[in-house]
Design a protein. Sequence first.
Length: 175
Amino acid sequence: ERLTQAAMAQALGIDRDVLLIERLECAGNGFDGVRDPQGLSATRLRGAFHIVSIPTTVRRAVIQSVESAGLEVASMTHSLVAHAAVAQSSSGGSRFLLVDVGGTSTDIGMFAGGRLLASHTLAWGGLTLAEAIAKQLPVTHEQATAMSLEGSSSARPEARRCLEHALRELGDVVH
């Protein structure tokens, strides 16, 4: 647990939420490449982790869009786990709304009983949103990316408008 916490503290910025942290391997004096070091002792322990995270503002914005359509967000996870949950939901009345925000597009799918009921693709994602902000303002692509991650708390009204337009489009599709 201490190793996991140290990995998160070292790898994540202040404005990010963890969707997944997976221990790949641990090593210590006397062992190497062990996935679960419980029961082993070492004076020094190090590990390799796979961490999937999301900017806090993006997480809040997606939740707001989904909830504004009258749906409840039970949990958020990364897309591979979400796809697996949909595939395993074929028995029972489970319903899933899958929103996959990529670099250039956002895919939305409504699943019930493991079957796709409706889907839609929006022509915006993290990179295209940053490009739109960079076109609106005289800023570099890196600055525009930082503004897009600030979301509705951005100090620049133009950046907020670009994000609000994209989220309105997402809210319309989800509704």
